[in-house]
Design a protein around this ligand. Structure first.
Ligand SMILES: [Ca+2]
Ligand SMILES: [Ca+2]
Length: 252
C-alpha cells in the first residue's frame, strides 16, 4: 500500500509541475503548417534555417528528417544530425529558473557508412549561452532495421523563464548521430518530496494541494472544487517494439 501511495505522490508531483516545461513534437512526427512530411521510406535534408519540423529549428548546417528510411525509436520519424555535414537542431521552451530538469531522448547513429561511432553534443542554453553541455560519443546503428536505439538522459538547472535545448552533430560527413523521442520533466526538489511523503504518512492524502501560481503545493487552500485533476504524461515512452532490451538501463 505504501508503494502505491508513494507512486501516487510521485505522479501527482510530476503532474503538478509538468506544465512548466514541455517539448513540442519530441518524436519529430509532425510537420509545421505549410510543410510536408518526408516521403514514407525516405528522408528530407533540411538546411538552416528551417522550421519545417513542428516545434524545432534547424539552426546551423543541415540535418536529415527521416521518415521510415530506418527504424525510428518511436513512430516513424527521427533525425540524422548530419544532413550533408554537421547540423544543429534546437527548441526553446518555458522553464522555471532554479528548477532541475531531466531531458530524455533516444540515440543511435546513421549506419549507411558502416557501424561507425558518431560524435555529437547536447546542450541547454539561455540567451545563446551554454548552461550545461554533454558530449555524445560512440553511437552506432548496425543497419536500417537494427538501429540499437539507446535511452539517454541529460540534466540541467534552468536559469531563466526560457531555455533552449540544442543537439549538435560533431561528425562532419553525411552520416551522423541519430535522435528521436525527446522529452523533458522537472525533477522534484527534496523539500517538496519530504512534504509530500509526510502528508502521505499522516494519512492526509498523497495528492498535491491547490496550485498557487508557481508554487503548486504550498497554498494550503485545497484544490478548487469542480476542477478535475489530471495526470498528463511527462515522458512519452517509446513504442513497445522499440524499447531497449531488458537490462539496458537509463544512462547519462
Ligand atoms: Ca519519432
Ligand atoms: Ca545524413
Amino acid at each position: 500500500m505504501k508503494k502505491i501511495l508513494m507512486a501516487t505522490a510521485a505522479a501527482a508531483l510530476m503532474a503538478g509541475s509538468a506544465q512548466a516545461a514541455s517539448i513540442v513534437n519530441g518524436s519529430f512526427e509532425i510537420a509545421s503548417d505549410g510543410y510536408s512530411n518526408p516521403v514514407s521510406g525516405g528522408f528530407t535534408t533540411l538546411n538552416a534555417v528551417s522550421n519545417a519540423i513542428q516545434g524545432w529549428t534547424v539552426s546551423n548546417g543541415s540535418v536529415d528528417w527521416i521518415n521510415g528510411y530506418w527504424a525510428a525509436a518511436d513512430g516513424t520519424h527521427s533525425i540524422d544530425l548530419s544532413g550533408n555535414g554537421n547540423g544543429w537542431i534546437e527548441q526553446t521552451f518555458a522553464t522555471n529558473a532554479g528548477t532541475l530538469y531531466t531531458v530524455t531522448y533516444y540515440l543511435s547513429g546513421n549506419p549507411d557508412a558502416g557501424s561507425v561511432g558518431k560524435n555529437a553534443v547536447i546542450e541547454a542554453l539561455i540567451n545563446n549561452s551554454t548552461i550545461q553541455l554533454s558530449d555524445i560519443t560512440g553511437i552506432k546503428g548496425d543497419s536500417h532495421d537494427q538501429m540499437n536505439w539507446e535511452l539517454k538522459r541529460f540534466q540541467f538547472t534552468a536559469q531563466g523563464s526560457q531555455t533552449t535545448l540544442r543537439f549538435q552533430s560533431l561528425t562532419n560527413n553525411p552520416y551522423g548521430a541519430a535522435i528521436d523521442n525527446v522529452s523533458i520533466s522537472p525533477v522534484p526538489e527534496p523539500a517538496t518530496w519530504a512534504m509530500m511523503m509526510a502528508r502521505c504518512a499522516a494519512g492526509r492524502g498523497c495528492s498535491p494541494r491547490a496550485p498557487e501560481r508557481n508554487n503548486p503545493f504550498d497554498s494550503g487552500k485545497g484544490r478548487p472544487s469542480g476542477r478535475p485533476f489530471s495526470f498528463p504524461a511527462v515522458i512519452s515512452p517509446a513504442s513497445p517494439q522499440n524499447r531497449p532490451p531488458p537490462g539496458n538501463s537509463l544512462t547519462i
